[in-house]
Design a protein around this ligand. Structure first.
Ligand SMILES: NC(=O)c1ccc[n+]([C@@H]2O[C@H](COP(=O)([O-])OP(=O)(O)OC[C@H]3O[C@@H](n4cnc5c(N)ncnc54)[C@H](OP(=O)(O)O)[C@@H]3O)[C@@H](O)[C@H]2O)c1
Length: 234
């Protein structure tokens, strides 16, 4: 069963009013179970239609175009044809809002010349903070910036002396401080931690009410995290 069918059949349906479902197109499943990025705009329509069908919707709220592989965003690669294909589907009424994922500032500017961009989902967390140009562009344009792997995604151990110190100061956990830092980093940031645990879900939700002080932010600015494994797919 595809994850979108799981959302519909086991988790979310009947959809409550106000629920916003975001999906991502671009990566394709390969026969060996891996993922590959498509550069073919014609490949996107079947993916959107599949999401509509599996979610039982007439229109998708937010569809991200995800480009590139697991390595840093493909600088210099044009998103124009693929984004225009999604923009056409938006014009048809199949999509409400468009987003981009795994992009640099040039990709964002190129896409914005074609159609409005509502959200950007890029790799960013306390131990990976180098996406400042895209974040600044999102702030300036009022675009939601959605850090993926907000808790390191199992690739980076976000725990460190300073993280632990700030967590202790707030009577919080390190993941909560990692999320509070993302929310404090910019008013356009949205946190999307993944979890299969109800207690982690409650803990992560509570992180939204943690207000970090200047002292905390200074401490967290100098924190370093250790890689614990290498990425395997988008
Ligand atoms: N656009 C892209 O290319 C891309 C790539 C990767 C991910 N994403 C998106 O990013 C979002 C998050 O991804 P992710 O779930 O892989 O990474 P993540 O949120 O950084 O990390 C999830 C991991 O953290 C653990 N965790 C969650 N809350 C915790 C807590 N309070 N205390 C301790 N451990 C906790 C989870 O384990 P438990 O289940 O035990 O809580 C899970 O192992 C998803 O929506 C995903 O689709 C996008």
């Amino acid at each position: 069963m595809r994850h979108t069918e799981v959302w519909r059949k086991l988790a979310l349906h009947p959809y409550p009013a106000g629920l916003v479902i975001a999906t991502k197109v671009g990566p394709l499943f390969t026969p060996d179970g891996g993922l590959a990025a498509t550069s073919d705009p014609a490949a996107l329509r079947p993916l959107v239609e599949e999401n509509l069908e599996s979610l039982g919707l007439d229109r998708l709220d937010l569809v991200y175009l995800r480009i590139g592989g697991i390595e840093p965003p493909p600088h210099g690669e044009s998103v124009a044809e693929r984004f225009a294909a999604l923009a056409a589907m938006r014009e048809e009424g199949l999509i409400r809002h468009l987003g981009l994922s795994h992009v640099d500032a040039a990709h964002l500017a190129e896409a914005r010349a074609i159609a409005p961009v509502a959200a950007v989902q890029n790799h960013f967390h306390t131990a990976k903070r180098d996406d400042t140009e895209v974040l600044a562009a999102c702030e300036e344009a009022g675009i939601a910036y959605v850090p993926y792997f907000p808790l390191g995604g199992g690739l980076s151990d976000l725990t460190g002396d300073r993280m632990a110190k700030v967590a202790e100061r707030h009577g919080a956990t390190v993941p909560q401080i990692a999320l509070a830092w993302l929310l404090a980093r910019s008013p356009v940031t949205l946190a999307i931690p993944g979890t299969g645990s109800l207690s982690h879900l409650e803990e992560n939700t509570a992180a939204a009410s943690i207000v970090l002080t200047e002292e905390d932010l200074v401490d967290l600015t100098t924190e370093q995290a250790q890689p614990i494994r290498t990425p395997t797919g988008p």
